[in-house]
Write a protein that binds this ligand. Structure first.
Ligand code: 5GP
Length: 126
């Protein structure tokens, strides 16, 4: 991994612990650089989290610092998850939360893949 600043990765976060095998997960796919597993509190009938195996805090960190191989593997694994869990026919939503406004709770980059029912509008207007 190249230059890390301005990001500081906390290796005690829950997804780092899952990657180290300290906490069990329900794996959907496991590739060279990426792990996909079911969310513990699903927000839809299908709710899969996709995480890079590298130590990236958020979307911007991953985009800036990950290798092309990691980035390709991550996105191809996301697409393969949709195929594997049968979301392609009816559609799905992919979400990346970041920072305080994005309400990111776990400081290891991840995408949420949601589907299995009509998900409604993306956001409720405030
Ligand atoms: P964020 O708010 O950071 O975008 O989403 C974090 C997600 O991680 C939440 O949907 C939450 O349910 C999920 N999560 C938190 N802890 C665990 C865990 O130990 N196992 C799994 N599978 N998901 C978790």
């Amino acid at each position: 991994m190249a230059e890390n600043a301005p990001w500081t990765y906390d290796p005690s976060n829950i997804f780092a612990r899952i990657l180290r095998g300290e906490i069990p997960n329900k794996t959907v796919l496991d590739s060279a650089h990426t792990l996909a597993f079911h969310d513990i509190v699903p927000q839809a009938p299908v709710h899969v989290l996709v995480i890079p195996k590298g130590a990236y805090v958020d979307f911007a960190h991953f985009a800036a610092v990950a290798t092309a191989e990691e980035i390709a593997d991550f996105h191809r694994t996301c697409a393969k998850v949709c195929e594997t869990v049968g979301l392609n026919a009816d559609g799905f939503r992919v979400i990346a939360n970041a920072g305080a406004h994005g309400h990111q709770e776990v400081p290891h980059y991840h995408l949420h893949i949601l589907g299995g029912r009509p998900l409604g509008p993306m956001l409720v207007r405030a």
